[in-house]
Design a protein around this ligand. Structure first.
Ligand SMILES: Cc1cc2nc3c(=O)[nH]c(=O)nc-3n(C[C@H](O)[C@H](O)[C@H](O)COP(=O)(O)O)c2cc1C
Length: 343
């Protein structure tokens, strides 16, 4: 199950019993990657997304992991810093969001029930960066204390790590900007810190090499991600999770970009995502035994997606009005198939 922001955390951005019910309903997934969760208040970009930086949040997540484990599931938490894709009203003391450079994102955030333009960011000072790496480290400790089986570093979809990677959003002229080596330094440092806390077997990473999500751009995505994959091969996370194409949109966004060739540069597990059907998933795993497929939208509307795919049963339609915010409606009330004799 792909990570899916649903903006239903309680006061203090604490996960709720309703969230535990939602994830437990979906625990037949081989692995749930729980929704992106901010590693600090500065890292938040949308209303009511859960955090993983306070003790209350850690205790709230314990309800979720216990509920999933009680029914035999496995669950990682996605660690998130949105960088410039935020709004001042969500920032500590109403300040500016931060990014590699003071370049405003062509992106929308979600505040008070409405989508609004991301605020003008300020560039991170060089001496602030190690504090953010430290926040990832602490968030990892918290996630393990909360009972997660591991964590996924969110380096996709135009958020902070992706902003550092791309030359459209990173105009720094210190050791975090300029060359590919420098632009990927922040990713390497975050990965090293998180792996040191959790061990390689409990750390995955998510990338979206050609996605223009949240307004990122880059001159040469092949050169960048070829290098990122070579660096990941050295760091050896338990998996690399790739959004192929434009997130939630065309898989052929950049038809020249060869995801299979990229995948071949990493010898570990590859999780593929974006617009996968059962047929596409079987075609991939038949030729790549070390590949998994993550399903996003279909898991929202079908808590028993695995069983439906196995039975070739019809899938329920997604209600787009209830994706973000609200309560049980469109969250925990999608029915599972009735059990049949012999199940
Ligand atoms: C409601 C919603 C929330 C999402 N939240 C996240 C998120 O928190 N982290 C992330 O990496 N991707 C997020 N995504 C992207 C999905 O994980 C996935 O990449 C996308 O839906 C494409 O997969 P699919 O075609 O199987 O739905 C979100 C997508 C949707 C529809």
């Amino acid at each position: 199950m792909a990570p899916l922001t649903r903006s239903r955390a309680g006061a203090g951005f604490v996960p709720t019993p309703l969230m535990a019910e939602y994830y437990a309903q979906r625990a037949s997934a081989g692995l749930i990657i729980a929704e992106a969760s901010q590693i600090s208040q500065q890292g938040q970009g949308y209303q009511d997304t859960p955090g993983i930086y306070s003790q209350e949040q850690t205790d709230g997540w314990r309800l979720v992991t216990d509920a999933v484990h009680a029914v035999g599931g496995h669950i990682f938490l996605q660690l998130w810093h949105v960088g410039r894709v935020s709004h001042s009203s969500l920032q500590p003391d109403g300040g500016q969001p931060v990014g590699p450079s003071a370049i405003q994102a062509d992106a929308l955030t979600f505040v008070d029930g409405a989508f609004v333009t991301a605020s003008q960011p300020r560039a991170l000072a060089l001496d602030e960066i190690s504090g953010i790496v430290q926040a990832y480290r602490q968030a990892t400790r918290n996630a393990l204390e909360a009972g997660f089986d591991g964590v996924e570093i969110h380096a996709a979809n135009g958020y902070l790590i992706d902003q550092f990677l791309r030359d459209g959003s990173n105009h720094r002229n210190d050791r975090y900007g300029g060359s590919i080596e420098n632009r990927s330094r922040f990713l390497r440092e975050v990965m090293a810190a998180v792996i040191e806390e959790a061990g390689v077997g409990r750390v995955g990473v998510r990338l979206s090499p050609v996605s223009p999500a949240n307004g990122v751009s880059n001159a040469d995505n092949w050169a960048l991600f070829e290098s990122v994959f070579d660096q990941l091969e050295q760091l050896a996370p338990v998996y690399v999770h790739v959004i192929e194409g434009a997130t939630m949109s065309s898989r052929d966004h950049d038809p020249e970009f060869d995801f299979q060739r990229l995948r071949a540069r990493f010898s570990g597990t590859y999780i593929a995502n974006n617009g996968y059907t059962s047929e596409l998933a079987h075609a991939l795993t038949a030729k790549d035994p070390n590949a998994l497929v993550a399903f996003g939208r279909s898991f929202i509307a079908n808590p028993d997606l695995v069983r439906r795919l196995k039975l070739n049963a019809p899938l329920q339609r997604l209600d787009k009005q209830t994706l973000y915010g609200g309560g049980a409606a469109g969250y925990t009330d999608y029915p599972a198939l009735a059990m049949q004799p012999g199940d």
